[in-house]
Design a protein around this ligand. Structure first.
Ligand code: XMP
Length: 518
């Protein structure tokens, strides 16, 4: 039997915590979805949300282009929870007054509860609780029909709610979603369970059922194709689609000659042998390498590779005939058009992945993961029986090693980089840090340096090591790898990789650098 899962809708005003709100709601086993603040009212109400959360955001309601919400949203009977900027916007739109706080409030604050009857039920055993603030504006005068339910030393109205029960709006000046707000999860649970009356029915296994059913409905008796990259997202999407439509799904893996050591063999073993998927393995390395000959410009490399992928997919779809659907492992952060994700990265580099395909290929898209985050996809992968090597594989860019061999890409330089990269991966795995790092890899620099080996002068290549921590790849910090690990990696590369005589470690964060070097 299929249960319709209750859902909470989150309107994003650009807060760095919006995704975290979504995660917390799902941790409460209620499905949550994020839409940009500019989404039309029909879309917001379309899936019949049980409650709406207005996120925080960096703007002030008095900014000229302050983000707004669709007219009429606050007049619905769906309960609303405004957080930080969300609270200020509610106040501003309903005729209250927001003003610059005399003192900006960032960090820990002590919340004194004045009404613990619903939203703040069970919070602050001694009538106060530690909360996390981050705001420059504060509520001077509440809109008509609201009453304060909590305050702090600097904010007379740190939480408020509507007095009438018909149109229930709750607001918090602090962030209940962050771990520093000690009882924040309880507050969100109160909102979701008691106020919105959501049932905790959502889990990854129910997600599998729903996704499989939806794919069946969408594809009907049609045929679909799925481009595998060997990474976790496309793999999970493929396995879900396989469950739904079996042999009518053809998976394609293109060996473009730019893969890491052993990658092609691993994908073939996992998908064709172990998971019994219908896999077309296309070895197109010679074509890719020929097209890249003497190309040093990073953007040109990306464009050439992207174009060739399209050519080969098109050719295969013609050979298969009647393929109308393309299964993609698009994740939530890839799709959201929120303020936050209009980041600069898309214009800095032409990010090629299969995302560029459909516009030219006229496929209908099947995107079963478009509402999930990476770590949720990993849980889903486990649920679906994917092996750990796939589930925990670090992200790898579509253009592969071509953008890690700086300068022209040749077979020799790829061989050198592959050997160095395999050492980085082995040693990072041995150290137990592999899962903690977003990525750890080697790059081959386009310069040579002088060294001395066994009393002989050498003049050889430099290998750069990049290791970063990150939540979503949008921002990243260089990983503080233990010096002993760096020493082992460096010794092994210089001793074992023919043609390398120097290793350097990249200590740049993103921004201002990027994760990949090209
Ligand atoms: P940057 O280098 O922009 O990378 O900081 C952010 C994340 O994206 C990956 N990346 C790509 N992924 N196609 C992809 O599918 C690409 O062209 C591409 N370029 C970068 C990168 O590995 C990192 O995880």
């Amino acid at each position: 039997m299929d249960v319709r899962h209750d859902r909470i809708l989150i309107l994003d005003f650009g807060s760095q915590y919006t995704q975290l709100i979504a995660r917390r709601i799902r941790e409460a086993q209620v499905f949550s979805q994020i839409l940009p603040h500019s989404a039309p009212l029909e879309q917001i109400l379309g899936d019949r949300p049980s409650g709406i959360i207005l996120s925080g955001g960096p703007a002030s309601v008095y900014d000229r282009n302050a983000p707004l919400m669709p007219k009429g949203l606050l007049e619905q009977r769906v309960p609303v929870l405004g957080i930080c900027y969300g609270m200020q916007l509610v106040t501003h739109l309903l005729g209250g007054e927001v003003a610059k706080a005399a003192r900006r409030e960032y960090g820990r604050s002590n919340l004194i509860i004045d009404d613990g009857s619903d939203l703040l039920k069970g919070i602050g055993s001694a009538a106060s609780s530690t909360v996390w603030m981050s705001h420059g504006d504060r509520i001077e005068r509440m809109p008509k029909g609201f009453c304060s339910i909590a305050h702090t030393e600097n904010s007379p109205v740190a939480a408020m709610k509507t007095v009438e029960s018909g149109n229930r709006i709750y607001c918090l000046q602090f962030h209940p979603e962050v771990a520093h707000t000690i009882e924040g999860f309880r507050i969100l649970q109160n909102f979701v369970y008691d106020i919105c009356r959501c049932r905790p029915t959502w889990s990854m296994s129910s997600y599998v059922e729903t996704a499989v059913r939806q794919i069946r409905e969408q594809v009907g008796n049609g045929k679909a194709m799925c481009a595998l990259s060997g990474g976790v997202d496309s793999s999970v999407a493929a396995v879900l689609a396989h469950r739904a439509i079996g042999k009518r799904l053809t998976c394609v893996f293109i060996d473009n000659g730019l893969l890491r050591t052993g990658e092609g063999v691993e994908v073939r073993n996992t998908f064709a042998s172990h998971l019994k998927l219908n896999l077309r393995y296309l070895d197109r390395a010679p074509e890719f390498l020929r097209a890249l000959k003497s190309v040093a410009n990073p953007e040109r490399k990306r464009k050439i590779i992207g174009r060739l992928f399209i050519t080969h997919f098109e050719a295969l779809s013609h050979r298969l005939g009647g393929v109308d659907y393309l299964v993609q492992g698009t994740l939530y952060p890839d799709v959201i058009e929120s303020v936050r994700f209009k980041g600069p990265s898309a214009t800095i580099k032409t990010h090629h992945n299969v995302g560029g395909l459909p516009t030219r290929m006229r496929f209908r898209l099947v995107e079963p993961l478009r509402e999930l985050f990476k770590d949720e996809v990993r849980i889903l992968g486990k649920e679906l029986g994917l092996p750990d090597v796939i589930i925990w594989r670090q992200p790898f860019p579509g253009p592969g090693l071509a953008i890690r061999v700086l300068g022209p890409v040749t077979r020799e330089r790829l061989t050198l980089l592959r050997a160095a990269d395999a050492i980085v991966e082995q040693e990072v795995r041995n150290s137990g840090l592999y899962r903690e790092l977003w990525q750890a890899f080697a790059v081959l620099l386009p310069i040579r340096t002088v060294g001395v080996m066994g009393d002989r002068r050498t003049y050889e290549h430099v290998v750069g090591i990049r290791a970063v921590t990150s939540v979503d790849g949008m921002t990243a910090d260089w990983a503080r790898l233990p010096p002993e690990l760096l020493a082992t990696i460096s010794n092994r590369i210089i001793n074992e990789v023919k043609g390398a005589n120097r290793v350097v470690y990249d200590v740049s964060s993103k921004p201002p650098s990027t994760i990949e070097w090209e």
